[in-house]
Ligand binder design. Structure first.
Ligand code: HEC
Length: 110
């Protein structure tokens, strides 16, 4: 009994507080997608094109939920397509964190 409790506790404690980061390989794919797919509209360095710039300085004032919803569902009536059939909510959250935490130029170099 004590042993099971212990296993449960260690599982709980090892679970990250917010989201689970995608595995390393998937992170690479997602960074590639950001560059090539998102970059085709938002610019290769994400400084803007058909779509607005996705620079951290521009996104920092918007909520995570709003950005995640935009990426998952797209924006009706604009060129921004929905991505939910390609990336999960957790992966989208990770992408948004990537966009926000680093200077964009560094995000794109692997
Ligand atoms: C076919 C062109 C196109 C592609 C591809 C595209 N976007 Fe967009 N995106 C747009 C446009 C256009 C808008 C502006 C929509 C509007 O006017 O509200 C936009 C808006 C956004 C916004 C909201 C920005 C803001 O300041 O509110 C985010 C975030 C975003 N895109 C992320 C992405 C990501 C991440 C990808 C790749 C997974 C991607 N987009 C791919 C065209 C595109």
């Amino acid at each position: 009994m004590i042993r099971y409790l212990f296993i449960c506790l260690s599982l709980l404690c090892s679970a990250p507080a917010f989201s689970i980061n995608p595995p390393q390989d998937r992170q690479k794919e997602l960074r590639n997608m950001l560059k090539h797919d998102c970059g085709s509209c938002h610019g290769l360095t994400l400084k803007g094109g058909l779509g607005p710039p996705l620079l951290a300085s521009r996104l920092v004032n918007k909520t995570n939920d709003y950005l995640i919803a935009t990426i998952q569902n797209g924006r009706k009536g604009t060129a921004m397509p929905p991505w939910k059939s390609f990336i999960s909510v957790d992966e989208t959250r990770w992408l948004v964190q990537e966009l926000l935490k680093k200077p964009v130029e560094r995000t794109l170099v692997h």
